[in-house]
Design a protein. Structure first.
Length: 219
């Protein structure tokens, strides 16, 4: 058991370092100051996650098990002199990496921490990343995100290459419906809230065999 956990931790660390190197290289190529991607995190962390005051977060009967809904964050200030599309895509990955290790929970916001503790599920994670990072707020229900009038961005055509920040929707095991969403990093990696927590994972197996479609928010 201990060896298995140890190997998993080493693999996670290796994936994280590989993605950091890839992200930094891409940022350099796009003339992006990587420090600019995270420079305002402290200021955003000081903003209220929900319009509902914290004093009312845990009032009995006020919310369902998902807790209060997220506030709408302001748009990001894109630095001058860089490609704004590439910066925003890199920003999404930087924000997603900020939450590595956050537990998988059916919550709307990461700070809400009832008896089972804080966390986000897959589609609340993707919605949160875009809201916190870019001020782009969209529905956090996985089905409405995937394919509905409320879906964000554009559904990609079959065979269209993915880019960093694309949302990939994954089918259930029986392929009956979409049940999961991840953020594409590069051809070998995705990041999602799944199997216990937010992690960078290899883009293989179920993620590929049960891929339904993708949506692009930034272009």
């Amino acid at each position: 058991m201990g060896k298995t956990v140890g190997r998993r931790a080493l693999l996670t660390r290796a994936l994280f370092l590989a993605v950091i190197l890839t992200t930094n290289s891409a940022a350099f190529a796009a003339n992006i100051d990587s420090a600019s991607l995270t420079a305002d995190f402290a200021a955003r962390d000081a903003m209220p996650e929900s319009r509902v005051p914290r004093t009312k977060w845990y009032e009995k009967g006020r919310f369902d098990s998902w807790g209060p809904h997220a506030s709408e964050y302001p748009a990001a200030n894109i630095p001058s002199g860089c490609d704004p599309v590439q910066w925003q895509r890199a920003r999404v990955i930087a924000v997603a990496q900020k939450y590595i290790g956050l537990p998988y929970k059916h919550h709307h916001i990461p700070a809400w921490s009832p008896d089972e503790g804080p966390g986000l599920d897959c589609s609340n994670f993707t919605a949160w990343v875009y809201n916190y990072g870019l001020g782009i707020k969209f529905n956090s229900d996985v089905h409405k995100q995937a394919d509905s009038p409320a879906s964000p961005g554009r559904r990609l055509n079959q065979g269209e290459p993915f880019v960093a920040g694309d949302l990939l929707y994954i089918l259930k095991g029986d392929r009956s419906e979409v049940s999961h969403v991840v953020i594409f990093i590069d051809e070998g990696h995705i990041i999602d809230s799944h199997d216990g927590s937010v992690q960078i994972r290899e883009f293989k197996g179920w993620y590929r065999t049960h891929l339904s479609h993708a949506r692009r928010i930034i272009e």
